[in-house]
Design a protein around this ligand. Structure first.
Ligand SMILES: [Zn+2]
Ligand SMILES: [Zn+2]
Length: 295
Protein backbone atom coordinates (compact mmCIF):
# COMPACT_ATOMS: atom_id res chain seq x y z
CA UNK A 1 0.00 0.00 0.00
CA UNK A 2 1.40 3.41 -0.88
CA UNK A 3 1.97 5.99 1.88
CA UNK A 4 -0.94 8.22 2.76
CA UNK A 5 -3.64 5.74 1.79
CA UNK A 6 -3.90 4.12 5.22
CA UNK A 7 -1.79 2.30 7.75
CA UNK A 8 1.57 1.11 6.44
CA UNK A 9 1.55 -2.55 7.48
CA UNK A 10 5.05 -3.08 6.09
CA UNK A 11 6.55 -0.74 8.71
CA UNK A 12 8.47 -2.53 11.47
CA UNK A 13 6.56 -2.96 14.70
CA UNK A 14 3.08 -2.98 13.17
CA UNK A 15 2.34 -6.34 14.80
CA UNK A 16 3.30 -6.17 18.40
CA UNK A 17 7.11 -6.36 18.63
CA UNK A 18 8.20 -4.19 21.50
CA UNK A 19 4.68 -2.93 22.09
CA UNK A 20 2.87 -3.08 25.39
CA UNK A 21 -0.66 -4.44 25.42
CA UNK A 22 -3.13 -4.04 28.26
CA UNK A 23 -4.95 -7.15 29.43
CA UNK A 24 -8.19 -6.51 31.28
CA UNK A 25 -8.56 -9.28 33.83
CA UNK A 26 -9.02 -9.79 37.53
CA UNK A 27 -9.05 -13.55 37.14
CA UNK A 28 -5.40 -14.39 36.52
CA UNK A 29 -5.71 -14.91 32.75
CA UNK A 30 -2.21 -13.43 32.27
CA UNK A 31 -0.86 -16.83 33.40
CA UNK A 32 -1.91 -18.39 30.08
CA UNK A 33 -2.04 -15.34 27.79
CA UNK A 34 1.34 -13.65 28.43
CA UNK A 35 3.55 -16.36 26.90
CA UNK A 36 1.86 -16.79 23.49
CA UNK A 37 1.78 -13.03 22.92
CA UNK A 38 5.42 -12.58 23.99
CA UNK A 39 6.70 -15.53 21.95
CA UNK A 40 4.53 -15.00 18.88
CA UNK A 41 4.27 -11.22 18.63
CA UNK A 42 6.88 -9.80 21.01
CA UNK A 43 4.16 -7.95 22.94
CA UNK A 44 4.42 -7.49 26.72
CA UNK A 45 1.23 -7.61 28.78
CA UNK A 46 0.35 -4.80 31.18
CA UNK A 47 -2.38 -5.83 33.61
CA UNK A 48 -5.46 -3.64 33.83
CA UNK A 49 -6.98 -5.06 36.98
CA UNK A 50 -8.51 -1.92 38.46
CA UNK A 51 -11.43 -2.17 36.09
CA UNK A 52 -14.28 -4.36 37.34
CA UNK A 53 -14.81 -6.64 34.34
CA UNK A 54 -17.99 -7.94 35.99
CA UNK A 55 -19.58 -4.50 35.46
CA UNK A 56 -20.15 -5.63 31.84
CA UNK A 57 -22.10 -8.64 33.17
CA UNK A 58 -21.15 -11.76 35.11
CA UNK A 59 -21.60 -15.49 34.61
CA UNK A 60 -23.46 -15.83 37.87
CA UNK A 61 -26.13 -13.47 36.60
CA UNK A 62 -25.81 -10.90 39.41
CA UNK A 63 -25.38 -8.38 36.63
CA UNK A 64 -26.87 -9.31 33.28
CA UNK A 65 -24.77 -8.82 30.16
CA UNK A 66 -25.76 -5.76 28.15
CA UNK A 67 -24.29 -7.02 24.87
CA UNK A 68 -23.37 -10.30 23.23
CA UNK A 69 -20.16 -11.95 24.37
CA UNK A 70 -18.11 -10.80 21.37
CA UNK A 71 -19.04 -7.15 21.92
CA UNK A 72 -18.53 -7.45 25.68
CA UNK A 73 -15.06 -8.79 24.95
CA UNK A 74 -14.11 -5.75 22.85
CA UNK A 75 -15.60 -3.33 25.42
CA UNK A 76 -13.54 -5.04 28.11
CA UNK A 77 -10.35 -4.64 26.06
CA UNK A 78 -11.15 -0.94 25.50
CA UNK A 79 -11.84 -0.40 29.22
CA UNK A 80 -8.42 -1.89 29.98
CA UNK A 81 -6.81 0.46 27.45
CA UNK A 82 -8.55 3.44 29.07
CA UNK A 83 -7.14 2.39 32.44
CA UNK A 84 -3.57 1.84 31.27
CA UNK A 85 -3.46 4.58 28.64
CA UNK A 86 -2.12 2.11 26.06
CA UNK A 87 -3.23 2.03 22.40
CA UNK A 88 -3.26 -1.79 22.33
CA UNK A 89 -5.63 -3.96 24.37
CA UNK A 90 -6.60 -7.58 24.90
CA UNK A 91 -9.54 -9.24 26.65
CA UNK A 92 -11.26 -12.58 26.71
CA UNK A 93 -14.86 -13.52 27.32
CA UNK A 94 -16.67 -16.83 27.66
CA UNK A 95 -20.26 -17.85 27.13
CA UNK A 96 -21.90 -21.00 28.46
CA UNK A 97 -25.34 -22.46 27.98
CA UNK A 98 -27.29 -25.44 26.74
CA UNK A 99 -26.35 -26.70 23.27
CA UNK A 100 -29.00 -25.44 20.80
CA UNK A 101 -29.28 -28.85 19.10
CA UNK A 102 -28.66 -31.10 22.13
CA UNK A 103 -30.10 -29.24 25.14
CA UNK A 104 -28.85 -31.84 27.64
CA UNK A 105 -25.27 -31.01 26.64
CA UNK A 106 -23.53 -27.75 27.51
CA UNK A 107 -22.04 -25.53 24.81
CA UNK A 108 -19.02 -23.44 25.74
CA UNK A 109 -17.61 -20.65 23.59
CA UNK A 110 -14.64 -18.40 24.19
CA UNK A 111 -13.80 -15.10 22.50
CA UNK A 112 -10.59 -13.10 22.56
CA UNK A 113 -10.18 -9.62 21.11
CA UNK A 114 -7.07 -7.65 20.16
CA UNK A 115 -7.83 -3.94 19.80
CA UNK A 116 -5.10 -1.92 18.05
CA UNK A 117 -6.06 1.74 18.13
CA UNK A 118 -2.83 2.86 16.47
CA UNK A 119 -3.75 0.81 13.37
CA UNK A 120 -7.52 1.11 13.76
CA UNK A 121 -7.96 -2.67 13.91
CA UNK A 122 -10.03 -5.09 15.99
CA UNK A 123 -9.07 -8.74 15.54
CA UNK A 124 -11.27 -11.33 17.20
CA UNK A 125 -10.85 -15.08 17.39
CA UNK A 126 -13.16 -17.68 18.92
CA UNK A 127 -13.30 -21.25 20.13
CA UNK A 128 -16.63 -23.05 19.83
CA UNK A 129 -17.50 -26.20 21.72
CA UNK A 130 -14.59 -26.14 24.16
CA UNK A 131 -14.34 -28.81 26.82
CA UNK A 132 -16.33 -27.55 29.81
CA UNK A 133 -17.62 -28.58 33.23
CA UNK A 134 -20.52 -26.09 32.99
CA UNK A 135 -23.38 -27.57 35.03
CA UNK A 136 -25.78 -26.92 37.90
CA UNK A 137 -27.91 -28.89 40.37
CA UNK A 138 -30.15 -28.33 43.39
CA UNK A 139 -29.46 -29.86 46.79
CA UNK A 140 -30.81 -29.95 50.32
CA UNK A 141 -28.43 -29.89 53.30
CA UNK A 142 -26.90 -33.33 53.89
CA UNK A 143 -27.61 -34.62 50.37
CA UNK A 144 -24.96 -36.84 48.76
CA UNK A 145 -23.29 -34.56 46.25
CA UNK A 146 -20.19 -36.63 45.58
CA UNK A 147 -21.20 -37.89 42.10
CA UNK A 148 -21.95 -34.34 40.91
CA UNK A 149 -18.87 -32.88 42.55
CA UNK A 150 -16.68 -35.58 40.99
CA UNK A 151 -18.16 -34.89 37.57
CA UNK A 152 -17.49 -31.15 37.67
CA UNK A 153 -13.94 -31.61 38.99
CA UNK A 154 -14.40 -30.25 42.53
CA UNK A 155 -12.34 -29.08 44.42
CA UNK A 156 -9.88 -27.88 41.75
CA UNK A 157 -12.97 -26.42 40.05
CA UNK A 158 -14.93 -24.18 42.42
CA UNK A 159 -18.69 -23.96 42.97
CA UNK A 160 -21.18 -21.09 43.39
CA UNK A 161 -24.08 -21.54 45.81
CA UNK A 162 -27.26 -19.48 46.19
CA UNK A 163 -30.86 -20.08 47.31
CA UNK A 164 -32.88 -21.99 44.67
CA UNK A 165 -35.96 -19.83 45.25
CA UNK A 166 -34.72 -16.78 47.12
CA UNK A 167 -37.20 -15.01 49.41
CA UNK A 168 -35.18 -11.78 49.30
CA UNK A 169 -32.28 -10.55 47.20
CA UNK A 170 -30.15 -13.69 46.90
CA UNK A 171 -26.78 -13.78 48.58
CA UNK A 172 -24.20 -15.61 46.53
CA UNK A 173 -21.22 -17.61 47.74
CA UNK A 174 -18.61 -17.80 44.98
CA UNK A 175 -15.32 -19.61 44.62
CA UNK A 176 -16.17 -22.42 47.03
CA UNK A 177 -13.39 -25.00 46.87
CA UNK A 178 -13.51 -26.76 50.24
CA UNK A 179 -16.05 -29.28 51.54
CA UNK A 180 -16.70 -27.50 54.87
CA UNK A 181 -17.41 -24.08 53.32
CA UNK A 182 -19.54 -25.72 50.62
CA UNK A 183 -21.70 -27.48 53.27
CA UNK A 184 -22.13 -24.26 55.21
CA UNK A 185 -23.08 -22.32 52.07
CA UNK A 186 -25.68 -24.98 51.17
CA UNK A 187 -27.20 -24.77 54.66
CA UNK A 188 -27.41 -20.97 54.53
CA UNK A 189 -28.80 -20.90 50.99
CA UNK A 190 -31.46 -23.53 51.67
CA UNK A 191 -32.63 -21.60 54.77
CA UNK A 192 -33.08 -18.52 52.56
CA UNK A 193 -34.95 -20.46 49.86
CA UNK A 194 -38.75 -20.87 49.86
CA UNK A 195 -38.40 -24.52 48.71
CA UNK A 196 -35.56 -25.33 51.13
CA UNK A 197 -33.13 -26.06 48.31
CA UNK A 198 -29.77 -24.61 47.40
CA UNK A 199 -28.76 -24.02 43.78
CA UNK A 200 -25.22 -25.15 43.01
CA UNK A 201 -23.46 -23.97 39.87
CA UNK A 202 -19.98 -24.43 38.47
CA UNK A 203 -17.88 -21.29 38.96
CA UNK A 204 -16.87 -20.34 35.41
CA UNK A 205 -14.41 -17.57 36.34
CA UNK A 206 -11.06 -18.50 34.83
CA UNK A 207 -9.08 -18.53 38.12
CA UNK A 208 -11.61 -20.94 39.63
CA UNK A 209 -11.88 -23.20 36.60
CA UNK A 210 -8.73 -24.88 35.22
CA UNK A 211 -10.68 -26.43 32.31
CA UNK A 212 -11.68 -22.96 31.14
CA UNK A 213 -8.18 -21.59 31.74
CA UNK A 214 -6.86 -24.31 29.40
CA UNK A 215 -9.32 -23.22 26.67
CA UNK A 216 -8.18 -19.60 27.07
CA UNK A 217 -4.57 -20.74 26.55
CA UNK A 218 -5.53 -22.56 23.32
CA UNK A 219 -7.45 -19.49 22.14
CA UNK A 220 -4.51 -17.18 22.91
CA UNK A 221 -2.29 -19.20 20.55
CA UNK A 222 -5.04 -19.23 17.93
CA UNK A 223 -5.44 -15.43 18.11
CA UNK A 224 -1.66 -14.89 17.91
CA UNK A 225 -1.55 -17.03 14.75
CA UNK A 226 -4.37 -14.99 13.26
CA UNK A 227 -2.77 -11.62 14.10
CA UNK A 228 0.42 -12.87 12.47
CA UNK A 229 -1.46 -13.79 9.25
CA UNK A 230 -1.33 -10.84 6.82
CA UNK A 231 -4.11 -10.04 4.39
CA UNK A 232 -2.92 -11.10 0.89
CA UNK A 233 -4.27 -7.84 -0.55
CA UNK A 234 -3.38 -5.03 1.89
CA UNK A 235 -1.01 -6.71 4.35
CA UNK A 236 -3.08 -5.91 7.44
CA UNK A 237 -2.78 -8.40 10.29
CA UNK A 238 -5.71 -10.67 11.23
CA UNK A 239 -6.48 -12.54 8.01
CA UNK A 240 -8.66 -15.54 8.90
CA UNK A 241 -12.02 -17.26 8.85
CA UNK A 242 -14.92 -14.84 9.05
CA UNK A 243 -17.84 -17.04 8.03
CA UNK A 244 -18.87 -20.53 6.97
CA UNK A 245 -21.09 -21.29 3.98
CA UNK A 246 -23.58 -24.15 4.26
CA UNK A 247 -24.87 -26.45 1.53
CA UNK A 248 -22.40 -29.35 1.20
CA UNK A 249 -23.99 -31.41 -1.65
CA UNK A 250 -25.38 -34.89 -0.99
CA UNK A 251 -23.15 -37.67 -2.30
CA UNK A 252 -26.13 -39.44 -3.97
CA UNK A 253 -28.36 -36.73 -5.41
CA UNK A 254 -26.38 -33.48 -5.08
CA UNK A 255 -29.00 -31.69 -3.00
CA UNK A 256 -27.62 -28.99 -0.69
CA UNK A 257 -27.50 -30.16 2.96
CA UNK A 258 -27.15 -28.10 6.14
CA UNK A 259 -23.49 -29.13 6.46
CA UNK A 260 -20.66 -26.64 5.93
CA UNK A 261 -19.65 -26.44 2.24
CA UNK A 262 -16.81 -23.94 2.47
CA UNK A 263 -15.21 -21.31 4.65
CA UNK A 264 -14.87 -17.62 3.90
CA UNK A 265 -11.62 -15.96 4.93
CA UNK A 266 -11.50 -12.20 5.21
CA UNK A 267 -9.55 -9.11 6.17
CA UNK A 268 -10.34 -6.86 9.15
CA UNK A 269 -9.08 -3.77 7.32
CA UNK A 270 -10.01 -3.99 3.62
CA UNK A 271 -12.82 -5.79 1.79
CA UNK A 272 -10.67 -8.70 0.58
CA UNK A 273 -12.18 -12.13 1.11
CA UNK A 274 -11.71 -15.60 -0.28
CA UNK A 275 -13.84 -18.73 -0.28
CA UNK A 276 -11.91 -21.84 0.68
CA UNK A 277 -12.87 -25.51 0.66
CA UNK A 278 -13.43 -27.26 3.98
CA UNK A 279 -10.21 -27.73 5.93
CA UNK A 280 -10.93 -31.49 6.17
CA UNK A 281 -11.23 -31.86 2.39
CA UNK A 282 -14.82 -33.19 2.50
CA UNK A 283 -16.66 -32.30 -0.75
CA UNK A 284 -19.79 -34.49 -0.52
CA UNK A 285 -22.24 -35.03 2.35
CA UNK A 286 -23.19 -38.46 3.64
CA UNK A 287 -26.78 -39.10 2.35
CA UNK A 288 -27.94 -39.48 5.98
CA UNK A 289 -27.81 -35.64 6.14
CA UNK A 290 -29.76 -35.19 2.88
CA UNK A 291 -33.32 -33.76 3.11
CA UNK A 292 -34.33 -35.84 0.01
CA UNK A 293 -32.51 -39.14 0.52
CA UNK A 294 -33.14 -39.27 4.28
CA UNK A 295 -36.14 -37.04 4.96
ZN1 LIG B 1 -29.55 -36.87 -1.43
ZN1 LIG C 1 -6.84 -6.43 3.60
Amino acid sequence: MSPGLGPDFSAPGWLGWGRRVSLATRHGKEKVIARPFRKGLGAELVLASGFDTDSLGSFSGERPRLSDAETTCRLKAEAGMAETGLDLGLASEGSFGPHPALPFLPLAMEWMAWVDRAQGLVITEQLVGCRTNFDHCTASPGADLDPWLDRIGFPTHAVIVQPHRARAKPCLSKGLGAVAELREAIEQASRASSDGLALLETDMRAHQNPTRMASIRVLAFKLVRRIASPCPTCGAPGWGRVDVLLGLPCDWCGTATDLVRSERFGCVSCSASEERPRADGLTKADPQFCPLCNP
